[in-house]
Design a protein around this ligand. Structure first.
Ligand SMILES: Cc1ncc(COP(=O)(O)O)c(C=O)c1O
Length: 397
């Protein structure tokens, strides 16, 4: 077997199941799970209808590149949303479909990393677990950059030495971030691009929460936008990943894209031809319709705002917690140990949250996720409200 498989860590939900093993909630309160970031708002009907209307498309093999119409729809959305010039995004060269960002974020490391040198991948900490597994299986060593309250939950890139950047082949960033919802400012993105130029590495920006934001006047920027504002029409060294899972409430559709530097995208197409992930034709048809519509996305944001507005007045007098700039998570500080808090909340109130220490690695004796829990506000507003009331009961008890 591949010995690197032994280096993969248990997934946070596996660790959570182990933490809860043998515990049983007192009383007869119904269970409210806030641990998993799976969107729960209904899928817009027009997307489902498009899937159904194109089921006959399953009679053909889809190509790795996907249909031109799909890549055009993605290019149109990207240029509109991030004020990018249409000429800079050639659907033939700058865009590929992926089967959700998870798969694409994993695969990019396999395509980018040259394992013949001792490569590093630089990752945020806490982080979406795929970045670490992708780095390890590509033959690279992960290097974690702490993202805690001291740096506004944005990775403290200033703390990274030149020796690390010199060995870095791939930098993963997540903006808006999971779990904190912090958005990396354009100036920081631009300084990362300058570093990438200086030390010759690729930046993979995970932007799958970009459409779930708090302020309609301040949508999060993309790495591509930061690059374009520097006059880099070719998006050199930059690729971004996004998907319909959160934006359009279709996590089961498995539809996303990668876009950016053609010098990265074209070899990635070659890699993907062998990797074998293609997007089924009904998924492609539904995705075209979804990327072309914004109305349902505005409504989606309104629903998340409603939940933050309901829950925060209950929790903020008792916990150090604030409304995130984007995403659908709360990332409160726990009064004591995050794993103990998670267990107590489950046993006393039958509410499940995810300990922050499961989302990050200990580096230099410190785990930046420790002392936080992640709460996904994906359930209906009534359930989120009820969970907040139960947390309040526990915290006031
Ligand atoms: C930060 C982050 N990136 C990527 C993904 C994967 O999303 P998908 O594969 O559905 O696009 C998730 C899912 O929860 C996530 O939280």
């Amino acid at each position: 077997m591949n010995p690197d498989l032994d280096r993969l860590q248990a997934y946070p939900f596996e660790r959570l199941a182990r933490l809860k093993q043998g515990l049983s909630p007192a009383g007869d309160l119904s269970h409210i799970p806030l641990s998993i970031g799976e969107p729960k708002h209904p899928t817009p009907g027009f997307i489902t209808e498009e899937v159904l209307a194109h089921l006959h498309g399953m009679a053909t093999y889809p190509t790795t590149k996907g249909s031109l119409a799909l890549r055009e729809a993605i290019a149109g959305w990207l240029s509109q949303r991030f004020s990018l010039s249409a000429e800079s995004l050639d659907p033939e060269r700058n865009i590929l479909p992926v089967s959700g960002t998870r798969e694409g974020l994993f695969a990019i490391a396999q395509s980018v990393i040259d394992r013949h040198t001792p490569p590093l991948c630089v990752l945020p900490n806490p982080f979406y677990q795929i970045y670490e597994g992708a780095s390890i299986l590509a033959g690279a060593t992960p290097y974690f950059v702490s993202a805690d309250s001291r740096s506004g939950f944005i990775p403290d890139f200033e703390s990274v030495g030149a020796d690390v950047w010199r060995r870095c082949q791939l930098l993963y960033i997540c903006t808006p971030g999971n779990p904190s919802g912090a958005v990396i400012p354009v100036e920081t993105l631009q300084s990362l691009i300058e570093l990438a130029d200086r030390h010759d590495f690729v930046i993979a920006s995970d932007e799958c929460y970009s459409e779930i934001y708090a302020d309609e006047e301040r949508p999060p920027a993309s790495l591509l936008q930061a690059a374009a504002q520097m006059g880099r029409a070719g998006y050199q060294r930059c690729v971004v990943f996004n998907s319909l899972s959160k934006r359009s409430n279709v996590p089961g559709l498995r539809s996303g894209f990668v876009a950016g530097d053609a010098r990265i995208i074209q070899p990635f197409l070659l890699y993907r031809t062998y990797h074998g992930c293609t997007m089924p034709p009904p998924t492609q048809a539904a995705s075209i319709a979804a990327w072309r519509d914004e109305q349902h996305v505005v409504e989606n944001r309104r629903c998340y705002r409603q939940k933050f507005d309901a829950v925060l007045p209950i929790l903020s007098p008792l916990l150090d917690v604030h409304c995130p700039e984007a995403g659908f998570y709360l990332w409160p500080k726990t009064p004591g140990d995050d794993q103990q808090f998670t267990k107590d909340l489950y046993v006393q109130q039958n509410v499940t949250v995810l300990p922050g220490s499961f989302l990050s690695r200990e580096v230099g004796g410190a785990n930046p996720g420790r002392g936080h829990v992640r709460m996904a506000l994906v359930a209906p507003v009534e359930d989120c409200l009820e969970a907040a009331r139960r947390m309040s009961t526990m915290l006031s008890g």
